[in-house]
Every structure is written in structure tokens, then in C-alpha cells.
Design a protein around this ligand. Sequence first.
Ligand code: RM4
Ligand code: MN
Ligand code: MN
Length: 395
Amino acid sequence: MRAEDPSRVVNVLEGLRIEIPSWGFANTGTRFGKFLQAAAATTTEEKFADAAEVNALTGITPLLALHVQWDLPSGVSDVANIKRLSDKYGVQPGSINPNLFQDQEYKFGSICNPEARIRRKAVDHLLESVEIAKALGSRDVSLWIADGSNYPGGQSVRKRIVWLQEALKVTHDSLDARQRMLVEYKPFEPAFYYTDVADWGMAARLASAVGPQAFVLVDTGHHYQAQNIEQIVAWLLHLGLLGGFHFNDRRYADDDLTMGSIDPYQVFRIFHEIFSEPDPDVSAGIAYMIDQSHNIKGKMEAMVQTVMTAQELYLKAALVDRDRLADLQLAAKTVEAEECLRSAFWTDVRPALREWRRSQGIPEDPLQALRESGYVERIEKERKERNAMLSMSYA
Ligand code: RM4
Ligand code: MN
Ligand code: MN
């Protein structure tokens, strides 16, 4: 495909919808404190309003991921409120994220806690999250299990595997036929000896053990340094287990920097693996979600910038001449094969994107349009006082 081939560009871009996270609009910080932003969302309604603005500017973010404890603190009884907000702002609820990491009782784990009563409580929360997803028409229930152990000998690795699998099985079996359960892995943090779902192998094994509606979620920040994420993606595609992504970027650990800010070539290589998948059914279900916590950049600016970055890298990856690449690989022409990839990466797709946006009736440059809209200044005025009252201290 050539960047200047408009009908192909339209087809490719139609395949990319980005789900943005409600928590990406709220104040977040490091473990040392928060830098509060006057324009940050302080209520779920404000998160919906911001998401609607991002969707109006970019045209490709119709879904908002929700965190149960932050957006539906009263559980199922908050569903009516979310439906009202969804109708009011024209943004659909996306994946439902249970929260297994904030309750005081989860100090030694949630679904892997040595105490049966606490495990039960955590499973009940998972089941309630599935009910919320059903009531909202959300396809994906996305589990990040923060459980783990901090010191050698402190916990039984083996018992925790059994508890983990039991909890995921019960949750999986409560899904309805069109729902999915996504299992997110992370090697460390908040636990620092090990986390119970530490890598893609564990997540893939759990997903296939509990049933056909369980898949793996790859958060790009959840790997050790130098791990090859696109190879993991290729394996998960091969196994039919790739459920989706949490995109963010990092230099060191789970830095949650904005997507593609440190290593855009990495994201390009991930998209290239997805475009290389021969079975369209396998790639059709992939959820492209953002999970970043940009506390230096303005929330709205950062989200719009991220969505534009995702589109640029996706389109660049679509440009790879994969037939030619396959021939070069078979002939072991290493440099030519690499150049085949690199030339797609270095193609400037921004003119094609501007053209596509014009054809869709959305601003050619969403970031500039955001600046000119006055939206950020308006919400700063409206939210300034509430944000100033929030606590920012670490200890
Ligand atoms: C975790 C993980 C989860 C996210 C939480 C807030 O590191 O990435 O997906 O929901 O952070
Ligand atoms: Mn994540
Ligand atoms: Mn994370």
C-alpha cells in the first residue's frame, strides 16, 4: 500500500478505534505525590465530558474504559448513572476494570490472599464487575491482578497459583456469550519479590486453562528492560490469545509515559506483527486501549497527542510491503528486509492523515484544534477550586 492511496488509507484507518481510560483525565502522580492540574477531571461526569471532546477532535475514540472503584463506587447501583452520562455525552462505556488493589484488606493479596474470606470478597467484586459489564453492554472485563509477595518465604507460590486459577475460572464462567475476560500481567509493583501473574506465559496459561473467553492483555509498560514485546505479541497471535493492549511508553519500568514518546519504532513493530496475522478474525477482536498517567503533560493535550501517535504508527505499519518482505526473508536478505521495514517507518503519513480527517469532517490537526477551542481554559476555570482542595501529599 502507498501512503498516497486514499481508499486504502481509509480502509486501514477504519480498522483502528482507540479506547481511552477514564483515569487518564484525573489527577494521578508518582508514589511520592501528585502534581495537581487545574483542568483535571474530578468527577465521572467530567471524565465523560473530556472523553467526548477527545472523540470530537479525533473521531476514533468512542469508548471510555471505566475503573469500577473510581467510576462506579457503589457497584451495580451506579450503572444507571453511567448510562445517563453515556447518553448525555455520546461516549460508550468500554472495558470494565475491577479494582483489586486499593482495599485495606488486600495488603497480602486479593484473590490470592491466604485468608479464604478475603479471597471470597475479591471474587465477589469480580463477579459484580461482570454484572456491571453486562448491564452496560461492555464486551471486556479487564483484570489487572496486583497480588504478589514481597519477601522470599512470605507466601506459598504454589497455593497462590491454585487460588488464582479458581477465582479466574469462576469469573470466566459468569460471562455471557459475547463477553471476554482479559488477563493483564506485570512483573513487579506493587509487590517486589514477585507478582502472581508476572508475565505473558503465566497470563496465557491461565487464560487457556479457564476457558475460551479469556485472553491476554499486553500493557506495553509491563516488561523487563530489553524484553521483546513484538515477539510476545506474535506468540499471542499465534496462540489466538491476544485480547488487547494497554498502550503507554517507558524508559525504565512501568513509567506510564504517553504512547510512543520514548520508542515509537517499538509500537510500529507491534502493529507490524498484527498486520502480519493471516487470520482476520484473530486481529479483529483486539482491543486497543490506552493506560497512561501523564502528570506533567496536560490531560487533554496528552490524550489527543496519544491518539494521533497511535494513528500515525498504525498507518506506517500498514505501509510495510509484506509480500516483498516475505520474499526477502526467505532469501535471507537481511539488510534489504530491514530496509523494507524501515522505509515504511520513515514514511511521513501525516499528510495522508490530514486528508483522511478532512474527509471525515474532523479537524486536520486535532492538537491545534484543541488549543484553539478554548476547552482546556474553560474546564480549568470550572474545576480549579475543586482540584486545589485535593490532597497531594505522599506521607
Ligand atoms: C496498573 C495496570 C492497570 C491499571 C492500574 C491503575 O499498573 O497497568 O492496568 O489499571 O495500573
Ligand atoms: Mn495497564
Ligand atoms: Mn501499569
